[in-house]
Design a protein around this ligand. Structure first.
Ligand code: SF4
Ligand code: SF4
Length: 416
């Protein structure tokens, strides 16, 4: 590793891959919105290199731009030089956190949500219970006029809490229908069971329907993706370590994931934990990719609907999975799959970016809603919890008639 005055040799080496061609600029949502070089992938890589060389301070513009990035990785897909921008960004943010070079409300929100709530299932459940109670009694709305404007805006972005029935945990094992073809583990995730329990159950049922025994290891937990993206390397590593042990001990053919952000992070586990992390990464498959590779059973139930699929960034750009979810949807009798003009761009959710950077998040979402509005689908399908929440809120506020669902739920509906 290169010696640098800042001690950030790995960051410096990653920045060298960029040849400043600018081919990534038009795919970067924050550059498209602002037109500023510093808010582009090339600009951020330049800042990272300057920081590593000791020419640019880590605080101020550099840290602001590292965190104003959505982490969507569209620039990686566009880059002909193979710049691993996602890893560069995580290293840059980890340096900011180590040096305590960031202040402001966004940092406070991240610190509280990602260290104190999300990785602790009991605390997360209590928090979601409280939120659900406040929503049912409309206490949240009563309190709104007394909140500062910034909090009022963020409150609007909080998802509705589903019923307790939907939030019940998965059983530890779901048996294959018929003769088992194999044995897979399912990542439940942290937010998924609380807000998308129905999606997790649909995923398990579809796997069982396709002849797989499904195990849900009890020792698993939050995968650490959000913490890694936020620069909290220690928490991210320890959460990943726990999941490596849980899933490698389960001795399965594959670890199936239905959340794009978690899947992309687990696929990069070797970067965080060489050895064990590589072993885990090798087994990780997105649910759509897994089913298409395995040769899934064609559904026979009809769903008469025009469906727009919207690519989650961390599935398309983070895992290179584009066709598989479309193949699942096209296989459903009655579904007319229609493309919309902004499918490959970020929706602005980006973990909790919509809470930490609401203005940019809403600007990015508005482009997507324009495209979806023009396509006018009955259903919008996407495979990541943050995107599902963001698109559902956005579609409702824009007055679109489409419901927003995970592709696996439509497949399961068609199986039924
Ligand atoms: S990750 Fe997305 S927002 Fe960040 S620089 Fe790359 S394209 Fe732009
Ligand atoms: S496309 Fe790749 S090499 Fe070119 S400016 Fe963007 S990150 Fe650098």
């Amino acid at each position: 590793m290169a010696e640098t005055p800042s001690g950030l040799g790995a960051l410096y080496e990653r920045s060298l891959d960029c040849v400043h061609c600018g081919l990534c600029l038009s795919s970067c949502p924050t550059y498209v919105e602002t037109g500023r070089e510093a808010s582009s992938p090339r600009g951020r890589i330049y800042l990272a290199r300057g920081v590593a060389e000791g020419r640019i301070s880590l605080g101020g513009v550099a840290s602001e731009e590292f965190y104003a990035c959505l982490g969507c990785r569209a620039c990686e897909t566009a880059c002909p030089s193979g710049v691993r921008y996602g890893e560069l960004l995580e290293e840059a943010r980890a340096a900011v956190e180590r040096e305590d070079a960031r202040t402001g409300p966004a940092r406070g929100i991240e610190w509280f949500a990602l260290r104190r709530i999300v990785p602790h299932p009991v605390v997360l459940r209590a928090f979601v219970n409280l939120l659900g109670l406040a929503q049912r009694l409309r206490l949240d709305r009563l309190a709104l006029p007394f909140l500062p404007a910034a909090l009022r805006e963020r409150h609007r972005l909080l998802p509705s809490v589903p019923s307790r029935l939907e939030r019940r945990p998965l059983p530890p094992r779901i048996r294959a229908e018929g003769e088992p073809r194999g044995r897979v583990a399912l990542l439940e995730g942290c937010v998924m069971p609380e807000f998308f329990g129905a999606t997790n159950r649909a995923t398990a049922r579809v796997l069982a329907r396709n002849g797989y025994d499904v195990v849900v290891p009890e020792a698993q937990g939050c995968c650490g993706a959000l913490q890694a993206h936020a620069g909290d390397a220690d928490t991210a590593r320890s959460l990943l370590d726990r999941n490596c042990r849980a899933f490698l001990d389960a001795e399965v053919d594959a670890v199936v994931v239905n959340s794009a952000g978690c899947g992309a992070h687990l696929r990069g586990a070797g970067h965080w934990l060489p050895g064990e992390g590589d072993d885990l990464a090798e087994r990780v498959r997105d649910i759509a990719e897994f089913l298409v590779e395995a040769g899934f059973r064609a559904p026979t139930g009809r769903i008469e609907a025009r469906v727009c699929y919207d690519d989650p960034c961390h599935l398309l750009h983070g895992q290179g999975v584009k066709d598989a979810p479309r193949r699942l949807l096209e296989s459903i009798p009655g579904v007319e799959l229609i493309e919309h003009a902004d499918a490959a761009a970020c929706c602005g959710a980006a973990g909790i970016y919509n809470l930490t950077h609401p203005e940019m998040s809403q600007a990015v979402l508005a482009r997507k809603l324009d495209a979806l509005s023009a396509a006018d689908p009955d259903i919008i399908a996407t495979g990541n919890p943050g995107c599902l929440m963001q698109l559902a809120k956005g579609a409702a506020e824009r007055g679109l008639r489409a419901r927003v669902v995970h592709p696996i739920e439509l497949l399961e509906e068609a199986y039924r």
